[in-house]
Design a protein around this ligand. Structure first.
Ligand SMILES: C[S@@+](CC[C@H](N)C(=O)[O-])C[C@H]1O[C@@H](n2cnc3c(N)ncnc32)[C@H](O)[C@@H]1O
Length: 346
């Protein structure tokens, strides 16, 4: 049975949870470091590749297929070795379209970012000399979501990188801030739209539970949606006094839409026990069909996230029973939180 492998990238500091999630998928988790872990598995011919499970996992941000290690003592040596490996891999291949050429590494290692940029610049010089036409088609933009083919180089330390020709992006992405956004939570909802495959549209309705100080409400209102923002706390910044935001000083657990009302979106970002949010918010909202789509952020600071993931994915979870297209992810902007997106089955 052929053995396969991947370098799996996650948010730095969460590699322990990533390794446990990999093991829970029936793959073996190998070496790991800040923001990455290696995974290995056996793939039987004619059967679905078990490595594909990584695409639906929560902690992986990017999956680099069949990575090959490259090491060297200095910038030029590493760049040269990556060049040799790339030239060998593209031999006989006709590259006609723009292709991603992505160099990255853990943000936690001081100075590693500078090393990555230096190797990237040295590699581009070599690429221009050796494969000028291919070099002109290269783009440093990291693809956002789905499979991609190009060159993906991930530095695990100053002298070693893992190099892959193809990768799968699970959708996490650093988002741009907005001066009017009242909280950094704003970045989480902005990031989740691409993963949900939709965002609030002008004229749509949003119920935002645990809304204060209003980052999520502001994000929806700036797209022209009408928001009912439920929280006893005060709204601030672009959410405060916004004509599209109706602030209700209420307890979210006791809040339900009127008999006829169905919200286009349920947002929930409450500082509460995640199981309580699932049973007392998610279950009635999804069961009652009170919303069409949802983005729910669950805090795992006081619970084991791997056990929480198992509960969220169990057959009896309201997400499994009433949800469609459900994705559970650890966003780039999440801390000890998981974000669940999806729509309600009709
Ligand atoms: C992380 S903050 C929400 C941040 C918000 N999404 C934003 O973008 O600014 C959590 C909020 O949950 C609210 N919260 C906690 N329990 C609540 C409850 N039972 N009802 C309403 N709000 C609640 C808190 O008051 C707090 O404002």
């Amino acid at each position: 049975m052929p053995s396969k492998g991947a370098l799996v990238v996650c948010q730095s500091g969460y590699e322990g949870f990533l390794a446990r999630e990999i093991a829970g998928l029936g793959l073996s988790a190998g070496e790991s470091g800040p923001g990455w872990a290696l995974a290995r598995w056996d793939a039987a011919e004619g059967e679905a590749d078990p490595g594909l499970r990584l695409r639906d996992a929560a902690f992986p941000h990017a999956i680099l297929d069949a990575p090959a290690p490259v090491s060297g003592s200095g910038v030029n040596e590493i760049a040269q070795r990556i060049m040799e490996q790339f030239a060998e891999a593209v031999r006989g291949e006709r590259i006609e379209e723009r292709w991603p050429c992505v160099f990255a590494g853990s943000q936690d290692m001081t100075g590693l970012g500078r090393r990555v940029s230096s190797v990237e610049a040295a590699f581009h010089q070599l690429l221009k000399k050796r494969l000028g036409r291919v070099a002109r088609l290269a783009t440093g933009d990291r693809p956002r979501l789905g499979p991609a083919r190009g060159l993906f180089v991930w530095f695990t330390d100053f002298g070693t990188a893992q190099v892959a020709r193809s990768a799968h992006m699970n959708g996490q992405c650093r988002m741009a801030d907005d001066d009017s956004a009242p909280s950094r939570s704003y970045l989480k909802i902005e990031e989740s739209y691409a993963i949900a495959g939709a965002e609030p549209a002008p004229g749509e309705s949003v119920c935002d539970l645990g809304a204060a100080p209003g980052g999520w409400s502001y994000s929806a209102a700036k797209r022209g949606a009408r928001v009912v923002a439920v929280d006893n706390g005060p709204l601030k910044g672009g959410a405060l006094g916004n004509p599209l935001v109706d602030h209700r000083h209420d307890d979210a657990f006791g809040f339900s839409p009127g008999r006829e009302a169905v919200f286009d979106w349920l947002f929930s970002d409450m500082l509460e026990d995640p199981h309580k949010v699932v049973q007392s918010i998610v279950r009635p909202w999804l069961e009652g069909g009170w919303c069409r789509r949802f983005v729910v952020n669950l805090k795992f600071g006081r619970v084991d996230p791997i056990a929480l993931l198992a509960d969220l994915r169990s057959a009896t979870s309201p997400f499994s029973v009433h949800g469609a297209g459900v994705r559970i992810v650890h966003l780039y902007h999440d801390r000890e939180e998981l974000t669940v997106t999806g729509s309600v089955k009709r």
